[in-house]
Structure formats: C-alpha cells, structure tokens
Design a protein around this ligand. Structure first.
Ligand code: NAD
Length: 370
C-alpha cells in the first residue's frame, strides 16, 4: 500500500459543501477498495471563514494547506458577503491562498464529452472530440502588478491604474509546465500574448521561444495574439492542444473555452506550484464554477466538476493515472446512460440530485473495479 496522502478539504461557501460531500463518496470508495489511503483534514475559506474568524483565510489554514500533499477546494462567495471591504471579501481568501502556496500555473482542460456535445453553443462538428488544455499564469501580471490604485485628480475626477509586468523567471516557470504537459499530449504549444502592443508581451514571447529552442526542441511552438486567439477558439477550437498565456488573457480565454463544452458544472481545474527540493509540488484542485448561491442548499448542484477536479488531483499530485482514468470513465458511463443533474439535463430527462449523481459515479466505479 502506497503511503497515505494528506488532503486538505476546503468546501467553502454556497454549493461548495454539497459538491464536496458528493466528491467525498468517490474518495471514500477509492479508500474502501484499497486503491489509496488518504488522511483528510477540513478547513474554512471564504465567507464561511469570515463568519467564524473575521477573515476569509486564517494563517492556520494557510499552514495546513502548505503542509498538505494536495488541497481540494470547492468554491467561495455569495451575496451575504458582497458588501464587505475588498480585503476581507471571500475572493481575497482564495487569491491569498494561491499566492501563499505560490501556485503560478493554472491548468484548465476544456473537453467535450460525446454525451454532452449537443450542449455546446457551437455546431457539433466544431466541438465533437474537443480536448484542449489552457495553462494560465496565475500569480503575476496585471492582477498583482505594482503600482496599482485609484488616485484623485486635480479636476475632481479619478484615475484607476494597474501594472502589467512579467519577469523572465515568471514566464519560464509557467512555460515549462506547458511544455511538459505538451510532451504527454500532442507536443504542440500555442503561446498567446499581445506582443504587438505590450512590452510585457514581447518579453513573454521572446523568453518562451528561447526556452523552447534550448530545452524543448521536440515541441512545436506557435504564437498568437490574444484577439486572434479568442476568434480562433470559436471559429475552429480543435486546432489547439496546449495554450499557454498570462493571467489576464488566461482568465478570459479559459472562460471562453469552458463555454465551448456546454456546462459550467462540468469543468475542473488544477493550480500547481514549483516542485521543491523534497520533490513535493504545491497543488490545489477546484471546479471552475462559483458558489451558485441561486441553487445552494437545494441538493441539485452538479458535483461532476468537483469530481473531475479530484481526478486531476489523482493524476497530477499522486501519479494515480489508472484511478484518474477510472473516475473519468465512470463519469462518461453515467452520462451516456442519460443520468443528468438539472443543469445538463435535456428535454425528457428527469434530473437527479447532487448525491444521486455522485452515487451513480461510485456505482460505475464499483462495476469497473470489479
Ligand atoms: P456561478 O458559477 O456561481 O454560477 C453561474 C450559474 O451557473 C448559476 O446559475 C449557477 O446556478 C450555475 N452553476 C454553477 N455551478 C453549478 C453546478 N455545479 N451545478 C449546477 N449549476 C451550477 O457564478 P456567479 O453566479 O457569477 O457567482 C456566484 C458567486 O460565486 C459570487 O459570489 C462569485 O464571486 C463567486 N465565484 C467564486 C468562484 C470560485 O470560488 N473560484 C468562481 C466564480 C465565482
């Protein structure tokens, strides 16, 4: 039996506790079937942490996240906390956690499953079989750059400003993640920037090109301006395999790409840091969706994005490729039987709730593992 993996579970707010509880059933099956041993601890983040401690993330939770082999996080936020000052808002807790764990690479797969291809807003032939991976730089660029602020001008009006900047080291570490991923896929990376009008984009482009020439000659590297990329993603998305881009462009393009797949309730993500001297790599896995306050507490939320996030954790943090494949196969099998939560149900299909969906996935795992 491999050594036990320490997982910090952060259910967060809104539908977070429900989708996390559903996902725990899959984790419990993995344990019960003898495929893994996990050591769980659970913590608060976001509004739940603010209510309990007056801050969206405590130092103690940060320390536990750093000590864990992986963090499984659901979602934060909701109208209850919308009027709070920026520095104690739920979102601040998540941004701080990413920064503290130095999670600089955000991996967002956009995969169209055959059973759900009809749910995409694009024509079936454009998206059927789509499988792209967007790698977004997560802790640099304009969201964190200094100086930033709002200043009062002499004429009584105001000026808001932010700084977009990328240093060589910030570009190279995220580019490496993209190149390594590409090696396990089709060996193609498209780097997206705005080098025609931004110096930070020029540095981005030149540094990635130098890295490719020095260490990744087996990878085909192309470059695209972000405006063209957004157009190409809706015109012919299957031309892409791995896309690597900065924080701001990645935020927008990954949401765009996620909608090609049809449903927010299906999309996982992974955020990774650098591999340390001890061989450990900080990692946080989370669904793309938010806390869905409109349906929270009703037991109808789709747990599949959270379950896919768990599969990414098995694959990227624990090297449990067989089990990750099994979980993804189980979800495919459930969907192909027409079992759907409300958000992905088609006319004529009676939707199931969060736990019935999670149990259906476990049922397929039991069949597959038998
Ligand atoms: P949202 O993703 O929470 O919801 C958008 C729509 O998708 C809603 O109609 C919701 O019901 C539906 N939806 C989302 N996830 C679903 C699921 N698993 N199953 C079924 N339906 C699902 O986005 P929003 O409404 O813009 O934001 C709500 C709150 O979430 C806000 O406070 C926002 O700040 C926060 N938020 C948090 C994160 C995060 O935790 N990473 C991300 C985005 C938004």
């Amino acid at each position: 039996m491999p050594p036990s993996k320490k997982i910090l579970i952060l259910p967060g707010d809104g539908i977070g506790p429900e989708v996390m509880a559903g996902t725990r059933r899959v984790l419990d099956w993995l344990t019960a079937s003898g495929r893994a041993t996990f050591e769980f601890s659970e913590g608060l983040i976001g509004g739940a942490s603010y209510d309990a401690h007056g801050t969206p993330l405590t130092d103690e939770t940060v320390a536990r996240a750093k000590a864990a082999d992986a963090v499984l996080f659901a979602c934060i936020g909701g109208p209850k906390w919308d009027k709070l000052a920026y520095d104690v808002r739920p979102e601040k807790g998540l941004l701080r956690l990413r920064k503290e764990m130095q999670l600089f690479a955000n991996l967002r797969p956009a995969i169209v499953m055959d059973a759900l291809a009809g749910a995409s807003s694009l024509k079936l032939n454009l998206v059927k079989g789509l499988d792209i991976m967007i790698v977004r730089e997560l802790i640099g660029g304009v969201y964190f750059g200094e100086p930033r602020g709002i200043e009062q001008l002499k004429d009584g009006t105001r000026r808001g400003y932010n700084t977009q900047a990328y240093a060589t080291s910030e570009v190279l570490r995220v580019a490496r993640v993209a190149f390594e991923l590409a090696r396990k896929r089709s060996k193609r990376v498209c780097s997206v920037d705005k080098a025609n009008v931004m110096e930070s984009g020029l540095v981005w482009r030149e540094e990635i090109t130098k890295l490719r020439d020095a260490e990744y000659k087996d990878i085909e590297l192309s470059h695209m301006y972000v405006d063209n990329c957004s157009m190409q993603l809706v015109r012919a998305p299957k031309q892409f395999d791995v896309i690597v881009t900065d924080n701001l462009f990645g935020d927008i393009l990954s949401d765009l790409a996620s909608m090609l797949t049809g449903s927010l309730g299906m999309l996982p993500s992974a955020s990774l840091g650098a591999v340390g001297a001890d061989g450990r790599q900080p990692a946080l896995y989370e669904p793309v969706h938010g806390s869905a306050p409109d349906i929270a507490g009703q037991g109808v939320a789709n747990p599949l994005a959270m379950i896919f996030s768990l599969a990414m954790m098995l694959r990227y943090s624990f090297g449990m490729l067989t089990e990750a494949d099994m979980v993804e196969r189980a979800v495919q099998a459930v969907l192909s039987k027409g079992i759907r939560t409300r958000d992905i149900a088609e006319p004529g299909q009676t939707p199931v709730g969060t736990f019935a969906m999670a149990d259906a996935v476990v049922g397929e795992l039991v069949r597959d593992g038998a």
